[in-house]
Design a protein around this ligand. Structure first.
Ligand SMILES: Cc1cc2nc3c(=O)[nH]c(=O)nc-3n(C[C@H](O)[C@H](O)[C@H](O)COP(=O)(O)OP(=O)(O)OC[C@H]3O[C@@H](n4cnc5c(N)ncnc54)[C@H](O)[C@@H]3O)c2cc1C
Length: 300
């Protein structure tokens, strides 16, 4: 038994899982096992787990709802930590909203709209957790997390609780620059008062737009590539004839070229091969270098 396993086993007992497959925790339904997998139910537990991994020089990564991840077929070395139900909270105080990092972003949108607060409607239909949404600076239809976030709370790799001001998050298009191993536990937002009926109408409109654009029926992880400046990844991929292109059981969707779908039993290697194929074809034919939006984690 490794030193890390000994330490975590002593504190968490049977809650620490070894070799837990991760595929069912991702929207792609793809991926091998985590060496160590732990669901934590308090900041204190999170701090203990992160500090133990760091002290033992073992990698540690936080899994949100797995909707933007491609997990390697070989799995993830080290500790995969997930925030449990205790982090699934939403509270509203006037125009200020605090959400636990495990709350679903969609639930947050529904809750604030029902309370007549404007600013998060863009998040209608974005799957995943508040923590994952913050890390990805999730956005759609011209809106993004960065515009409404005021504060971020979390735990460092050394196990210290920290509150970060918005400026420290380093928001950019679909990325942030938080310190390595920093796990977000809570996010503060400031919204504006709005008319509930108008907000509901806007959400309904965005729901219909999304339903018309996105492929239905097969597991996927949303847009595979970020849109390059002044262009759309989907348009470039379609332009080089990749719509419908397939490697094994992974394929670029017939409906939207920037989505890779798992047709059933796809392997991470097959998805990665499609990503590499697309990057090289688009680069060779248009000179544009596509940057993946989906995060590849694990042992490649
Ligand atoms: C059908 C579909 C549609 C989508 N549409 C959109 C869209 O319109 N706009 C958009 O921006 N995205 C979209 N996405 C992508 C995805 O939903 C978002 O990126 C989402 O915010 C990811 O959240 P998650 O909880 O699933 O994060 P995960 O996929 O679990 O993780 C993403 C990254 O965040 C890290 N992470 C997660 N939680 C934490 C935490 N608490 N602390 C520290 N690190 C953490 C992970 O380590 C990983 O690096 C879509 C995905 C799907 C499947």
């Amino acid at each position: 038994m490794s030193a890390l396993e000994q330490e975590l086993r002593a504190r968490f007992g049977a809650r620490l899982q070894c070799g837990r497959p991760l595929a069912d925790l991702t929207s792609f339904r793809i991926g091998g096992p985590a060496d160590f997998y732990l669901v934590v139910e308090s900041e204190d537990e999170l701090a203990v787990a992160l500090a133990a991994a760091t002290r033992n020089q073992v990698p540690a990564v936080c899994l949100g709802s797995g909707t933007n991840l491609l997990v390697s077929d070989r799995g993830v070395r080290g500790l995969v930590v997930k925030l449990g139900e205790a982090f699934d909270t939403i509270s509203i105080d006037g125009v200020k909203v605090a959400a636990g990092a495990a709350a679903q972003f969609r639930t947050l949108v529904e809750t604030v709209v029902a309370a007549g607060l404007a600013g998060l409607e863009f998040g209608e239909g974005i799957p995943g957790s508040v923590g994952g949404g913050l890390i990805m600076n999730a956005g759609a239809f011209g809106g993004e997390m960065a515009r409404v976030v005021t504060a971020v709370h979390g735990v460092t790799g050394e196990g210290k609780c920290r509150a970060l001001a918005k400026e420290e998050v380093g928001f950019e298009y679909r990325r942030t620059a938080l310190p390595p191993r920093f796990v977000i536990t809570r996010v503060g937002f400031e919204l504006t008062p709005g008319d509930r009926e108008v907000l509901l109408g806007r959400v309904k409109e965005l729901h219909a737009k999304r339903a018309a654009r996105q492929p239905q029926g097969f597991p996927n992880a949303g847009s595979v590539f970020k849109n390059p400046p002044g262009n759309f990844a989907g348009r470039l991929l379609e332009g080089v004839g990749l719509k419908g292109a397939r490697v094994g059981a992974a394929a670029f969707s017939d409906q939207h070229a920037n989505f890779i779908v798992n047709l059933g039993g796809a392997r991470a290697e097959e998805v990665r091969a499609l990503i590499e194929l697309a990057r090289s074809q688009v680069r060779d034919r248009t000179g544009v270098v596509l940057e993946p939006e989906v995060k590849l984690i694990g042992d490649w």
